[in-house]
Write a protein that binds this ligand. Structure first.
Ligand code: IMP
Ligand code: MG
Length: 443
């Protein structure tokens, strides 16, 4: 067996919203196929091209570069969202029907899954997860309990309808255990079945066979992560996580490739941290600086419209995410959001029960750790529009390279300094001499 043909991976190392959409769009030029391997319409990837904003939830971001896109096995697909998204792209002159392939094994999100998501969240009161209410948790629950309705079933509509009816009945039964919430099932079902008609024209593929055929034909594939490492169902901040494996291992189960066929892994990190929904966030800022990052960074959920909490970079979490995913290179996004700050803080380690923690583990309760910070000088000048590494302020280069290369030991290959597709600085180290580390003041 020849394992030489590999799939590269691009994923987020924090709690999602690192700016992956823009980067996948940017990287897509180097690939033939972009594939989503997990998650569903809970994702929100924003790409701005010449000031025009595109938000994608289910369709991989490479679609805007005219590439073939695949929705993989471990994605849960709400056909209503998918068809809306396809139509919106078509209206913009971006036809996609012939370029979109869907795994026969991906599972449907039924209207009753969204209904359940809402009802379950309501029942949890104070301890709720803050789910996106897209039906993600219930859809994966039914997949794992072997009640799921798979996309491939639409090739046999009788069987599809029978499975749909059975799952709907199960969900309706489950709903009786939860508080009543508003949900217009009649309208939602109408939309669902209309969307199914539209899906019948798409190419449904045998995932692993298709992926291997493409690799054998010399096609280059990029796997696009959704959400972020710390939202991984197993390795994230459980229970405040999403319901799929967002880490590199998920690429294998989502696309049907072996671990030997994982190529380069590119990690995306925002120059600060953010989190939407509930769950512990040790470096969260509850002061004016937090609000400032939220406003300047436009930290409002692309899927839910909720405001995201903001805070400082957290190295124990990043070291963990880098090791878990096998990250080779890092791209740092949204550095421009820090432009006006006089001082920037970075959590270098935690104190926890008389221990010093450099690298997190899910066994360590994040709500109980004490973050210890190191101070960096801000650059206090605008940086959007700067194209060359050498033209960026010294303090910015120092922050980026000291934190991500010296402290984390991973090469930084790109810096994003604005929201537009072209706001990007090629940061490949070979283009610039090593940054000295003497300016850092420890606190
Ligand atoms: P769910 O994925 O809708 O079940 O939501 C579970 C948790 O993951 C919630 O805290 C959500 O806010 C969070 N989440 C889900 N998708 C994303 C995403 O794409 N970006 C950031 N957070 C997300
Ligand atoms: Mg997002």
């Amino acid at each position: 067996m020849n394992y030489a043909k590999k799939v590269d991976v691009l994923l987020g190392l924090q709690w999602g919203d690192e700016g992956k959409g823009k980067l996948v769009d940017w990287f897509a030029d180097q690939y033939d196929i972009i594939a989503r391997f997990q998650g569903g319409a809970n994702a929100g990837h924003t790409i701005i091209i010449d000031g025009k904003k595109y938000i994608l939830h289910l369709i991989p971001s490479g679609v805007l570069r005219g590439k073939i896109v695949l929705i993989g096995m471990n994605v849960v697909v709400d056909p209503i969202v998918l068809v809306e998204e396809m139509k919106a792209l078509e209206a913009e002159g971006i036809p996609i029907k012939d370029r979109l392939k869907i795994s026969d094994g991906a599972n449907f999100v039924l209207p009753t899954h969204r209904w359940l998501d809402k009802a379950i969240e309501k029942s949890m009161g104070e301890s709720k997860i803050g789910s996106t209410l897209k039906g993600i948790g219930p859809a994966y629950t039914d997949k794992v309990s072997r009640n799921g309705v798979k996309i491939g079933l639409v090739n046999d509509l009788d069987e599809f309808h029978a499975r749909y009816k059975a799952l709907k009945a199960k969900n309706m039964g489950d709903l009786k255990n939860f508080p009543i919430v508003d949900f217009d099932i009649v309208t939602e079902e109408e939309k669902f079945f209309r969307a199914i008609q539209y899906l019948l024209d798409l190419e449904i593929v045998e995932t692993s066979n298709w992926v291997h055929e493409q690799l054998a034909a010399g096609k280059k594939i990029l796997a696009e992560g959704a959400q972020g490492t710390l939202l991984d169902i197993d390795w994230g901040t459980y229970p405040y996580v999403t319901s799929s494996n967002t880490c590199t291992a998920g690429v294998c189960t989502g696309l049907g490739v072996s671990p030997k066929q994982i190529g380069k892994v590119i990690g995306v990190v925002k120059a600060y941290a953010s989190r939407v929904g509930y769950g512990p966030f040790p470096t969260k800022l509850t002061d004016k600086t937090g609000e400032q990052l939220q406003t300047i960074g436009q930290e409002i959920g692309a899927t839910t419209g909720r405001k995201r909490d903001c805070g400082w970079i957290d190295l124990p979490l990043l070291r963990y995410a880098i090791r878990l995913n096998g990250v080779d290179k890092i791209i740092v996004t949204k550095v421009d959001v820090l432009d006006s700050l006089e001082t920037i803080y970075v959590c270098t380690h935690y104190e926890y029960e008389d221990r010093e923690i450099d690298i997190w583990d899910p066994a360590i309760p994040l709500s109980k750790v004490i973050p210890i910070y190191q101070e960096y000088r801000g650059w206090q000048q605008p940086t959007t529009g700067i194209k060359e590494l050498a033209m960026l302020p010294d303090a910015l280069r120092h922050y980026v390279f000291d934190v991500f290369e010296n402290q984390l030991g991973i090469e930084v290959v790109g810096i994003c300094n604005g929201a537009d597709r072209d706001d990007y600085v090629d940061a490949c180290r070979t283009l610039y001499p090593k940054i000295e580390t003497t300016e850092v003041v420890s606190t």
